[in-house]
Design a protein around this ligand. Structure first.
Ligand code: FNR
Length: 366
């Protein structure tokens, strides 16, 4: 028996195996309206057919100004939930657990799609004024876009946007809600002293800088049913050791607090807060050691997912079998191969441990 194809029980949700499709923006909404399209249905649907235990939809904006690019998915109205409902339904029909990442890009919002240059989109070109903990803009190469500091009242509005987005995600049929607090987006901008120099209750020390994420988590947990899991994605470290920045020790301390608030799994990523932030090393498993530390140093009070450079069945199996993490989260390899999990079952001689789609039985032999 493999560990990778054993189930993971979180609350009343049974995840059939330990492979998760990492949330990955597709920048593919037509008409810049945030509505899911045939692309999203096909993209997420084929990865569910491919056997992953959890299929996580990309960073989905809780407010229009929280989109990274104007082409990002959103969930700020019931119409958005209706457009996502067939995605969740199809993923569930394949035996995978449908999940959604709830996000706000803060000062990193209103940019072009990566293949169109990654620069800012000006308000007159269909972009918008971005918001953050301060009015310091993301250090773009060219002219910085207008950036506004959120007032305490607006911060409360952000919390309510996450709450409403979670309610709509549930109505759309998702089983897991993940709060995106990583990669330099709004919630991470509040966590990190690199970007949060506020002097009020939302800034200063650890308590102040974590206040917004804790409030968002409480709001999401409040509306998410007791039987269903909530995940939080963190950047374990800012990768800026030479300045006052967010560290792995901060993440461990925060993970403990989030567990107390009812978070079931910390999805452990890294970086993104500043253009100077770059991993000490890349390649296979480049962030797994942070997941392992969060798991061990919280005394396993909260499950963890490891992401980054997991590309082979053997690696994924080793990450979970050696108890470095509870979930092996696979991003880019799922873009190369939507059937990663089915192929992993084949490679690990575990086809009798999964229920693959009968339509593909003759190819995979389960
Ligand atoms: C990403 N990533 C990402 N992360 C996230 O939390 N929300 C998102 O919407 C996205 N979007 C996204 C789009 C694309 C095209 C890529 C390649 C990546 C990061 C991703 O989830 C993952 O953490 C990293 O890619 C590292 O894992 P891999 O790719 O090494 O398995």
């Amino acid at each position: 028996m493999t560990r990778l194809f054993s189930s993971l029980e979180l609350r009343e949700t049974s995840i059939p195996n330990r492979v998760m499709v990492s949330p990955m923006c597709q920048y593919s909404c037509e008409d810049r309206d945030g509505l899911a399209t045939a692309w999203h249905r096909t993209h997420l649907g084929s990865r569910a057919v491919g056997g992953a235990g959890v299929v996580m939809a990309e960073a989905t904006a809780v407010e229009p100004r929280g989109r990274i690019s104007p082409e990002d998915l959103g969930i700020w109205s019931d119409e958005h939930a209706d457009a996502l409902a067939p995605v969740a339904e199809f993923v569930r029909e394949q035996g995978s657990v449908p999940a959604i990442q709830l996000a706000h890009a803060g000062r990193k919002a209103s940019t072009t799609r990566p293949w169109e240059g990654h620069g800012p989109v000006a308000p007159e070109e269909g972009g918008w004024t971005v918001v953050g903990p301060t009015d310091d803009p993301w250090p773009h190469d060219g002219e910085a876009p207008p950036t506004e500091r959120l007032t305490p009242e607006e911060i409360e509005g952000v919390v309510e946007s996450f709450r409403a987005a979670a309610e709509r995600s549930l109505a759309a049929g998702f089983e897991i809600a993940e709060v995106h607090a990583a990669h330099g987006y709004l919630l991470h901008q509040f966590l990190s002293p690199v970007t949060n120099t506020r002097g009020d209750a939302y800034g200063g020390g650890f308590e102040g800088r974590t206040r917004l994420l804790r409030a968002v988590t409480e709001a999401v947990r409040d509306v998410w049913p007791d039987g269903k899991p909530v995940f939080v994605r963190l950047s374990a470290t800012d990768w800026l050791p030479d300045r006052d920045s967010w560290t792995v020790e901060d993440s461990i301390r925060l993970a403990d607090r989030l567990a107390e608030l009812g978070v079931d799994l910390i999805d452990v990523s890294g970086g993104g807060i500043h253009p100077d932030s770059s991993p000490e090393r890349t390649g296979p498993n480049y962030q797994v050691r942070y997941a392992e530390r969060v798991r061990e140093e919280t005394d396993r009070r909260v499950a963890v997912g490891a992401v980054g450079g997991i590309t082979t069945p053997e690696q994924a199996e080793a990450v979970v079998a050696n108890e470095r993490a509870d979930l092996a989260i696979v991003g880019r390899e799922h873009l190369r191969d939507p059937y990663f999990a089915l192929r992993a079952a084949q490679a690990l001689d575990a086809t009798d441990e999964i229920e693959g789609p009968p339509q593909y039985r003759r190819a995979f032999g389960f």
